[in-house]
Design a protein around this ligand. Structure first.
Ligand SMILES: *Cc1c(COP(=O)(O)O)cnc(C)c1O
Length: 396
């Protein structure tokens, strides 16, 4: 079976883990500091703005808490989004309000966001669909003009840029995922970027029980429970004392996962280059298939992480082709089932372009471990099954 996504973890990651085991410190410590510093450098932001977490979803929950989102507030998000974001909004007592998306890119345009803003809108959370930046600069400008906070769910956009700027850093906050199915994999993990330095310092505390050391320790997102020893000793306070600043749980990561992340980040350029090659091979190999639409070309100045490669079928044959491909060992899927159709969120929105896209879009396998032979096989099978099913649909 050719997987739709797959991690690329190997000897270098194993060596890094072995080193952490041998150091006798596997909790959050120096290797997590190193990973956060490397991530900040990769994104082109100051290190004090970055907090690593145990998942993207917990980073999103922290973001909602920092924004003070609560009952009576609305938070706008595209209906093509992941439930982790909807849950973070609803769990804080706010109402998720879903907007439509562009039918070809599955990203919202600024006009789609604007159409659902009200005086109760506190924040907007956008997703970079498949790693494509989308209209992020225009949406950031709209949010600034309207005094609405912007959070970017950059879970799929670790290497995506628009106009030279990293996705996830256009708005007030950004969140990323390093879970088992993403490009940069720490097995489980996430990251939060917070533009405001004071809020960023609070984020680090929320990620760790709301603890604040009484002893003058290191402040900022890197502080961990053991980091203030030296200063505490010098100031002759009891270094084990602490205060609680919020009733928070624990969302921190650890040095085992951070050591894996540091290796993965060093390999990221190579991962993205291979993914780009595969996307280009699909573009070339599928361009002339009747009834099949390919992702639109990236606008000038945009780069994608190529997390997803999607195709859209005419003639209502998507589900049939997906089943055929599965039977022939090619796994495909669709992300994300439309949020406004999930009853728990209580939406009665009608979003026709997203609804049309959700019926015809299919994600093809794309990951850095696919061989050229795998890619050729996917192309051959998609060509064959599309022609067969569309031919059948037309005859019928
Ligand atoms: C995977 C994913 C998340 C959640 O990430 P976790 O690290 O698993 O919590 C959020 N948003 C999107 C778009 C995702 O694909």
């Amino acid at each position: 079976m050719i997987n739709v996504v797959q991690p690329a973890l190997g000897e270098r990651e194993l060596d890094a883990v072995r080193e952490v085991f041998e150091s006798n410190w596997v909790g959050r410590g120096a290797r997590t500091d190193q990973f956060e510093t490397a991530l900040a450098g990769h994104l082109g932001v100051g290190r004090e703005h970055i907090t690593s977490t145990n998942s993207c979803t917990s980073a999103t929950f922290i973001a909602m808490e920092l924004l003070g989102v609560g009952p009576g507030d609305e938070v706008v998000l595209p209906t093509v989004s992941f439930v982790g974001v909807g849950n973070a909004i609803a769990a804080h007592g706010a109402r998720p309000v879903f907007c439509d998306v562009d039918e070809a890119t599955l990203n919202p345009n600024a006009a789609d966001i604007e159409a659902v803003l009200t005086e109760r809108t506190k924040a907007v959370v956008i997703l970079h669909y498949g790693g494509y930046p989308g209209s992020v600069a225009e949406i950031a400008e709209l949010c600034r003009d309207r005094g609405v906070r912007l959070v970017e769910d950059a879970a799929l956009a670790i290497a995506s840029t628009a106009g030279g700027r990293a996705c996830g850093t256009f708005g007030d906050m950004g969140v990323w995922s390093f879970d088992h199915a993403k490009i940069l994999v720490t097995v489980d993990g996430g990251m939060l970027y917070v533009r405001d330095p004071e809020l960023a310092a609070r984020a680090a505390k929320i990620a760790y029980f709301g603890l604040e050391q009484r002893a003058p320790g290191r402040s900022g997102p890197s502080s961990s429970f053991h980091s203030g020893y030296d200063q505490a000793l010098r100031s002759r306070t009891r270094w084990w004392d602490y205060d609680v600043t919020s009733f928070s749980g624990r969302s921190t990561t650890n040095d085992v996962l951070s050591a894996i992340g540091t290796v993965q980040l060093a390999r990221l350029d190579e991962f993205i280059a291979r993914r780009r090659e595969i996307a280009q091979a699909y573009d070339a190999g599928l361009a002339d298939v009747a009834g099949l639409r390919l992702p639109p070309p990236l606008p000038a100045g945009h780069t994608s992480s190529h997390y997803m490669y999607w195709v859209q079928f005419d003639g209502g044959v998507r589900d049939q082709v997906a089943r055929d491909l599965f039977e022939r060992g090619v796994y495909t899927t669709f992300r994300y089932p439309l949020m406004h159709r999930i009853g728990a969120y209580g939406s009665d929105a009608v979003l026709p372009r997203a609804e049309a896209a959700a019926e015809k879009t299919l994600l093809l396998p794309i990951h850095q471990s696919l061989s050229d032979a795998d890619v050729d096989r996917v192309i051959a099978e998609v060509r064959d099954r599309t022609a067969a099913r569309l031919g059948g649909a037309r005859a019928a």
